[in-house]
Design a protein around this ligand. Structure first.
Ligand code: SF4
Length: 374
């Protein structure tokens, strides 16, 4: 049963220096063809969307769409999905795109959550990341979203060369002044084929020390917990009752459908990916009514554990047994020795990472899945 719908808008004003998401610089001439294809693909899957309760429009930069393009997409969503069944309807936005007309449209169509790509408030860090907004844009955007009673997430990044523990603290102080319901605090990951990676290879960029990164992680967690936020996933914090339901579907390994260029879907024990080039995606949908997909490796038992351990609540042994008709310890024999160590613990039916294990999650996965990884 598919429970979540993801819709990908790949266009961006400018490519950020750290980004490896499927995206492309603004290509106005393709916008209308892309939106036509997206609406056609959405219509094709109508029968599969009866049970969804979350929708997430991500990117790229969905807020870059002109009102007419956004309204056409939202109109079609309303036409084929019973919007009353949707508990959470999110859209991503760049802070400098959030204006009264954008907010008025999304509110009118039942979007109830906006995720802002803030990353930092510090001009030097924003410049290092290649972002186009300023701190004032964020404050203005959040004021507007509050006026329309929209639940707000802000994404923040640390681990930039220009950041110290002090500047991260200053960023967190500003973030807390916003009183948003949800914060995603990511470590900067140096992804291949990004501008930052290129600079790193040519010794024009280097990350801060491991000590600064760990101290920043601890500081962020302390400041957010003191302010009343619950740390419910490796990188995610929410005021009580404001956890992201859409992302919880991913971490619970629920089935989801992804629409648009390079979007991934997971259902019927398969993971499928749409064409990763825009012309290939548009041509495919216009020809068949849906995008031809490529299957990706999918190991449900391993993913259930790996994604589930990202949550602070961890995984339920009973849920694993019910889902896969075998015990988690039988499936992953290294689990019992890991449970003796400091990285992973057991509490009744739940298995979860310890605070130290959260910081060393990749090490836990390598040990846990050693016997099943290729
Ligand atoms: S980080 Fe976001 S806004 Fe920047 S290039 Fe990537 S998708 Fe576009």
């Amino acid at each position: 049963m598919i429970q979540a719908l993801y819709i990908h808008i790949p266009f961006c004003q400018k490519i950020c220096r750290y980004c490896d998401f499927p995206k492309m610089v603004l290509a106005q001439e393709l916008h209308n063809d892309y939106m036509d294809a997206l609406i056609r693909e959405l219509t094709h899957y109508e029968a599969k969307l009866r049970d969804i309760d979350t929708i997430y429009i991500g990117g790229g930069t969905p807020s870059i769409l002109v009102p007419d393009q956004l309204e056409r997409l939202l109109d079609q969503i309303h036409r084929i999905i019973g919007i009353d069944q949707i508990k959470e309807f999110s859209i991503e936005a760049n802070p400098n795109d959030v204006c009264e007309s954008f907010v008025e449209i999304i509110k009118r169509y039942g979007i109830n959550r906006v995720s802002l790509g803030v990353q930092s408030f510090d001009p030097q860090t924003l410049n290092e990341l290649g972002r186009t907004h300023h701190a004032e844009d964020v404050f203005r955007a959040v004021r507007l979203l509050k006026k329309y009673r929209l639940c707000t997430n802000i994404d923040l990044i640390h681990g930039c060369a220009s950041q110290s523990v002090k500047t991260v603290e200053a960023d967190m102080e500003k973030a807390l002044q916003l009183h948003v319901e949800h914060l995603s605090c990511y470590d900067l990951i140096l992804e291949h084929k990004t501008q930052l990676h290129h600079d790193y290879l040519h010794q024009r960029w280097s990350p801060p020390s491991e000590e600064v990164i760990i101290a920043s992680d601890i500081l962020i967690e302390d400041m957010l917990k003191q302010a009343g936020y619950e740390h419910y996933e490796v990188s995610n914090y929410a005021l009580p009752g404001h956890e992201c339901l859409h992302h919880l579907h991913y971490w619970n390994l629920d089935e989801y459908l992804g629409l648009g260029m390079a979007a991934a879907s997971q259902y019927d024990q398969k993971r499928l990916v749409n064409p990763t080039r825009i012309k290939g995606y548009i041509d495919s949908v216009m020809r068949y009514g849906y995008a031809t997909t490529t299957p990706e490796p999918f190991d449900p038992e391993m993913e259930f554990v790996m994604l589930g351990l990202r949550k602070l609540s961890g995984i339920s042994k009973r849920a694993f047994q019910e889902r896969f008709s075998t015990e988690v310890g039988v499936c992953f024999p290294r689990l019992s020795s890991l449970l003796q160590g400091p990285l992973i613990g057991e509490c009744g039916d739940q298995i979860k990472l310890t605070p130290q294990g959260m910081r060393l999650a990749n090490q836990v996965y390598l040990e846990l899945f050693e016997e099943v990884l290729p």
